[in-house]
Design a protein around this ligand. Structure first.
Ligand SMILES: [Fe+2]
Ligand SMILES: [Fe+2]
Length: 329
């Protein structure tokens, strides 16, 4: 339910403009870069696209806490532990802003969480890969959060106001995440031979999944064109992926590490790096839930939800008691 219909209660009903007029007005506002707000008229398909995208994004933040959460108890120093706890908490916060943004579109958070736990909702497939060593925490911050920033900066200008505004704060925090990851990689790459080997191994395993984070190639991304027209999306998957490669390859060079792609080379004509073919079979398999640790991730989320049931029940009971007390007074 959304409240649009309730606003007109008690007022004379005006002759409702027909759907084509409303749709044309909506598109004109989008084209003029006006923000669409929760109570504004919007096409149902726009609303559904946003609910799907924002909830998938929220789920990704929440599931994204798990691979690094695994390393909190094993961080190599007190400082690293404090930084990692802060980072994982930030991701939880991102999930909360995004569930709130989705709720402005008339969907209940509980319903979205149910979809995640039932396995019917998608989340970023990168979190279905395991974190095997401490260097993975560095590689995730550097590459996965780095890719997230590339994806999310254009979303700060998304046509839907609540989503765009949530992204501004999220991007600031993502940039801290990216730097802490790069700094871990820098420390390892300049450490002992064994530490450098760990850093290289983490880059080898996270490079290709990071490139997949931008989604399928443009010629196989059927909803992209509509999302661009609605200005939910501002750039195509391949454009953002290319920018990520161009920014990240020099960073790998600065670390003294090798990007695991024999076809990678600078293309002076294009002013960009050419890179090898992405294994889309692997991508679609992981999206289908066949990632190495997909089941483990879902078990962890279901357990967290069940373990937290008493907190939700206690909060509800407290809210009911307080309301009853206010009513009695
Ligand atoms: Fe995040
Ligand atoms: Fe992050």
């Amino acid at each position: 339910m959304y409240t649009q219909g309730l606003d007109s209660q008690g007022r004379e009903p005006e002759a409702a403009p027909d759907a084509a007029v409303l749709a044309a007005r909506f598109q004109a506002r989008v084209d003029a870069d006006e923000k669409i707000e929760p109570k504004d008229w919007m096409p149902e398909a726009y609303r559904q696209t946003l609910i799907r995208q924002i909830s998938q994004h929220a789920h990704s933040e929440i599931v994204g806490m798990l691979p690094e959460g695994n390393w909190i108890t094993r961080a190599p120093s007190l400082k690293r532990k404090a930084v990692l706890i802060a980072k994982v908490q930030d991701e939880g916060g991102h999930g909360m802003y995004l569930y709130s943004a989705a709720e402005t579109l008339g969907v209940e958070r509980a319903e979205l969480i149910e979809q995640l736990l039932a396995g019917t909702a998608k989340y970023s497939s990168i979190f279905n890969y395991p974190t095997l060593s401490w260097a993975d925490v560095g590689a995730i911050g550097w590459l996965v959060d780095g890719a997230a920033i590339m994806n999310q900066i254009p979303l700060c200008r998304c046509s839907y106001g609540p989503y765009a505004r949530a992204m501004v704060r999220i991007c600031k925090e993502e940039s801290f995440h990216q730097r802490q990851g790069f700094e871990i990689m820098m420390t390892l790459a300049n450490g002992t031979a064994e530490q450098k080997r760990m850093a290289q191994d983490a880059l080898n395993r996270w490079w290709w999944p990071s490139l997949m984070m931008f989604g399928p190639p443009d010629d196989n991304s059927p909803n992209s064109a509509q999302s661009m027209r609605w200005r939910i999306k501002r750039e195509t998957n391949d454009e953002i992926r290319q920018r990520f490669v161009d920014v990240t390859v020099p960073q790998a060079e600065a670390l003294g590490l090798t990007v695991p792609d024999p076809d990678l080379q600078w293309n002076g004509t294009r002013g960009s790096y050419d890179f090898g073919v992405i294994d889309w079979e692997e991508f679609y398999a992981v999206v289908r839930g066949e990632g190495p640790v997909a089941k483990e991730r879902m078990r962890a989320r279901v357990k967290a939800w069940e373990d937290g049931a008493w907190v939700r029940e206690a909060a509800l009971a407290h809210a009911e008691k307080s309301a009853a007390r206010v009513a009695a007074e």
